[in-house]
Ligand binder design. Structure first.
Ligand SMILES: [Zn+2]
Length: 221
């Protein structure tokens, strides 16, 4: 079922919002792009809803996969891929690097995006991005933080159930992918199109590097 179909057409999901998050002026209901949305009459900002971005990372080392045991609810005691939520002023790939460092003590960097999961909640929407990671420091630095994670270890991917309860998406990812499979690759800043002036930084992941022949074929300059 389309989750949007249960919304009355004139009632945005964020209808209780009163003030513009950019300039503080009052929000009014206005037809934009085929449905009524909250919009600011002063600065023009349109409220497109609330999103949170969760990140997870798949890191393999000598045939084993990095997993952590959650130290708090929701899901206390459950095993998952390392990860967490991106801060408002943090890119997703910076968030996964930070979360892996905090939860496991390991230094790693994302090499690709393996999966993206969208979930519609009652009050917001969540995107969960799963990165393929590679180690940039020693594996021996592995150490759980003892708070967010009670245990962190490299597990045999074929014996995950011996650890205990496992997060379903984490298990699904581990059984299907390895970071070497590729996925959406990070585009270096020099190869990115010009970024939007209002964005302080932009990161871009793309399906593959364009083939030189493709570039020649579409060049009309
Ligand atoms: Zn405004």
């Amino acid at each position: 079922m389309n989750p949007l179909s249960c919304l009355p057409p004139d009632q945005p999901a964020n209808a209780e919002e009163r003030f513009c998050s950019r300039c503080g002026s009052g929000l009014t209901l206005r037809a934009e792009g085929g449905r009524n949305r909250l919009a600011c009459s002063r600065c023009g900002h349109i409220v497109f809803g609330r999103f949170s971005v969760g990140v997870g990372g798949l890191l393999t080392h000598e045939g084993r996969v990095l997993v952590v045991q959650r130290g708090h609810d929701p899901g206390k005691g459950r095993w998952t891929l390392p990860g967490g939520f991106a801060e408002e002023d943090e890119s997703p790939e910076a968030a996964i690097t930070r979360e892996v460092r905090e939860e496991t003590g390991l230094e790693a960097e994302p090499c690709c995006i393996l999966a993206i999961r969208h979930a519609q909640g009652d009050h917001d929407q969540n995107l969960y991005m799963v990165f393929g990671l590679r180690l940039t420091g020693p594996a021996a630095a592995l150490k759980p933080d003892g708070h967010e994670t009670t245990q962190a270890l490299f597990a045999d991917p074929h014996r995950l159930d011996q650890l205990g309860a496992f997060g379903m998406i984490s298990k699904w990812i581990i059984h299907r992918f390895s970071p070497e499979d590729g996925g959406l690759a990070l585009v270096p800043p020099a190869d990115q199109p010009v970024t939007v002036p209002s964005h302080r930084w932009t990161t871009l992941f793309a399906a593959h590097q364009p083939h030189p022949k493709t570039l020649q074929g579409t060049h009309h300059g």
